[in-house]
Design a protein around this ligand. Structure first.
Ligand SMILES: Nc1ncnc2c1ncn2[C@@H]1O[C@H](COP(=O)(O)OP(=O)(O)OP(=O)(O)O)[C@@H](O)[C@H]1O
Ligand SMILES: [Mg+2]
Length: 299
């Protein structure tokens, strides 16, 4: 079981057409035909969108994403047109709303990994490969890879896991030329971000990008290099051989799987509301990631 514990109703704004309620973002189209992407405070863990929101999460991740877009413009164009609030939109959309170029999205989650963990580690343990790429013996959870690798996945419906696929499969779906462009751009952007984060004491273990076409121009879309799309590890605590502390959702995962929550991750019931302390500690982690990466104080 997975999905929304409570699926929110779209907000009605004159001049905006609701397109889609994503796990964390709501999409609208404005009268100019542009995409209006509104990040909410929703959090998804274990494939569930929880019934409890994390205050400011939408704003923090939107600002972090914008900060990164600004550091990548020489590598790839991005979809952001403006941060102006659409006329008539609720005031609390401020800071978490992006007006974007609507793109022909490429149905591939473009993941770059410089470190082994998660689904990459699971595949490695079975076959010594990740997305079919052969890796050396002896790697463990959290190991740095000999070089960053492109490990694409197919986008799953809400409540399903994304599925890792081989590069050949990507080439089959999008064509050889686009596949090569996706791989090159993903690895270029990852290399830049890895360096920027490392300077700030954060290991960018892996990250996911989404790209789309504006005509024949490849454009970086969605959100980039946020705690929702990336694994950030505090560099000083990095120690291969076990799961690394995750920057953001660790408190939530720990609490949900603890006896106090009364919830069974493998059972049929949706997860419960989070207690206040867990919400506060999680919010503090999002703030910390933002502040450490950007060097800008959140408040
Ligand atoms: N410029 C763009 N043009 C069109 N679609 C975009 C653009 N940027 C991002 N998207 C899409 O907007 C959606 C963002 O929603 P969100 O990330 O909350 O949902 P999700 O759970 O990842 O995906 P889903 O849409 O399957 O629910 C994603 O489907 C993403 O592919
Ligand atoms: Mg998404």
């Amino acid at each position: 079981m997975a999905g929304f514990v409570e699926k929110p109703e779209p907000i009605e704004v004159p001049g905006l057409t609701h397109l889609h309620t994503g796990k964390v973002r709501d999409l609208y189209r404005n009268e100019a035909g542009e995409l209006v992407m509104v990040a909410t405070d929703r959090i998804s863990v274990y494939d569930w969108v929880l019934p409890t929101e994390i205050p400011d999460k939408g704003r923090i991740l939107t600002q972090l994403s914008l900060w990164w877009f600004g550091r990548l413009t020489d590598l790839v164009p991005n979809h952001v047109i403006s941060t102006d609030l659409p006329a008539g939109a609720p005031a609390d959309w401020e800071g978490r709303t992006l007006v974007c170029t609507p793109l022909e999205m490429i149905p591939v989650e473009c993941v770059a990994r410089g470190f082994l963990t998660g689904s990459g580690l699971a595949e490695y343990n079975e076959t010594r490969t990740v997305c079919g790429l052969a890796l050396p013996e002896g790697l463990v959870d959290g190991s740095e890879l000999p070089g960053a690798i492109f490990t694409p996945a197919t986008k799953a419906e809400v409540g399903d896991h994304d599925e890792n696929v081989s590069y050949e499969e990507v080439a089959r779906v999008v064509g050889a030329e686009t596949a090569a462009l996706l791989r090159r751009t993903t690895l270029d952007v990852y290399a830049r971000a890895l360096e920027v984060a490392r300077d700030r004491g954060i290991i960018l273990a892996d990250t996911k990008f989404e790209f789309g076409f504006d005509g024949d121009r490849l454009v970086l879309a969605d959100e980039v290099l946020t705690s929702d799309s990336s694994r950030f590890w505090p560099a000083e605590e990095w120690e291969p051989g076990h799961a690394q502390p995750s920057y953001d959702k660790q408190y939530v995962r720990d609490w949900l799987t603890s006896p106090t929550s009364g919830w069974d991750k493998n059972g049929q019931l949706p997860p419960p509301e989070l207690p206040k302390e867990v919400v506060e500690a999680t919010r503090a982690k999002y703030v910390e990631a933002y502040e450490r990466l950007t060097g800008i104080s959140w408040t």
